[in-house]
Design a protein around this ligand. Structure first.
Ligand code: ARG
Length: 296
């Protein structure tokens, strides 16, 4: 079932959705060839050629160390020359368990020609790891994988962002492949071009969200399903990409340094906060969440 409005969710109960395990491992791609060569999103405006390469390598390594320190296994994929955005490995695929517990990887249909070339390497990587790798046949349907499709922590439920990179027509396919309901939300602000730039699902009941990123109807849907919403300003969301935070094991939050008010709110909600500098990657429109793909 695909849900689009609060009204359709009248009888929906998260507690009735099948539970799912928290990911124990993530995939990352070293930033050897990370660069900004064009403007694919508003964060990249005026940043062409501005990446400090040694700083990006150091930030990426610190992020990997942070993931390991909270108990995640970090696997890596070989970076490829000329694939300047490959480091953002949340986007080339969408990965999860199907209704029978099988590990599935659905390949994205990336909007930009340069990023379409990244997908083949991920397809090979997931095949080697014995995932069932699927290509949704209609490649006209825009779909940027785990940038727009997010698993609800602890539940077999997909949040589906519809916006500049992903079209709603993909979600019936995902729903069928994974045997999961989809809650579709509409992105209306071009600054927040992927769902993971404006919604960070931290545990079953908590999320960071930027209200301005969503249509009114979609924000109501989010409020209906997620009781503990930390609403952050569009300014914090743009400047520190705070909604690209990543939650792990229902207790850790890894994010780029942001305001102390946000740390306090997260601490009060029982989370351990791990600020980790991703400034070089924010220049390209990505931070913690999209520098990794959670594995199942
Ligand atoms: N420069 C990349 C792009 O525009 C950044 C992608 C960041 N990924 C994300 N899921 N937010 O495609």
């Amino acid at each position: 079932m695909i849900y689009r409005s609060k009204h359709e969710l009248d009888h929906f109960k998260l507690s009735q959705i099948k539970s799912s395990p928290y990911p124990q491992a993530v995939l990352m791609c070293p930033p050897d060839f990370f660069d900004i060569v064009d403007v694919k999103n508003p964060f990249m405006a005026a940043q062409i050629g501005k990446v400090d390469h040694p700083a990006s390598v150091q930030q990426w390594r610190s992020l990997k160390t942070c993931f390991e320190s909270i108990g995640l296994e970090v696997k890596t994929i070989e970076p490829e020359l000329g694939r300047e955005d490959m480091v953002f490995c949340a986007n080339q695929t969408f990965v999860g368990l199907n209704a029978h517990g099988g590990r599935v990887c659905v390949l994205s249909h990336m909007k930009h020609a340069s990023r379409q070339k990244e997908v083949a390497a991920f397809s090979r990587w997931f095949q080697k790891e014995n995932y069932q790798v699927l290509q949704i046949e209609n490649s006209e349907i825009g779909f940027e994988g785990g940038g727009d499709a997010l698993w609800h922590p602890g539940r077999h439920l997909i949040w589906g962002g519809v916006g500049p990179r992903t079209q709603r027509e993909i979600y019936p396919h995902l729903s069928e492949v994974f045997g999961a309901d989809v809650i579709e939300v509409e992105l209306v602000n071009e600054n927040f071009y992927h769902l993971d730039t404006c919604l960070a699902l931290l545990d079953e009941t908590t999320a960071l969200v930027c209200r301005e990123a969503f249509s009114e109807a979609s924000f109501k849907v989010i409020q209906k399903i997620i009781p503990r919403l930390v609403v952050v300003s569009a300014e914090d969301t743009s400047q520190t990409m705070v909604c690209n935070a990543a939650g792990f094991f229902g207790k850790h939050v890894v994010l780029h340094p942001t305001s102390s008010a946000i740390y306090e709110q997260l601490n009060r909600l029982g989370f351990r906060v791990h600020p980790t500098n991703t400034g070089e990657f924010i220049k390209s429109g990505g931070s913690v969440f999209c520098l990794k793909m959670s594995l199942v």
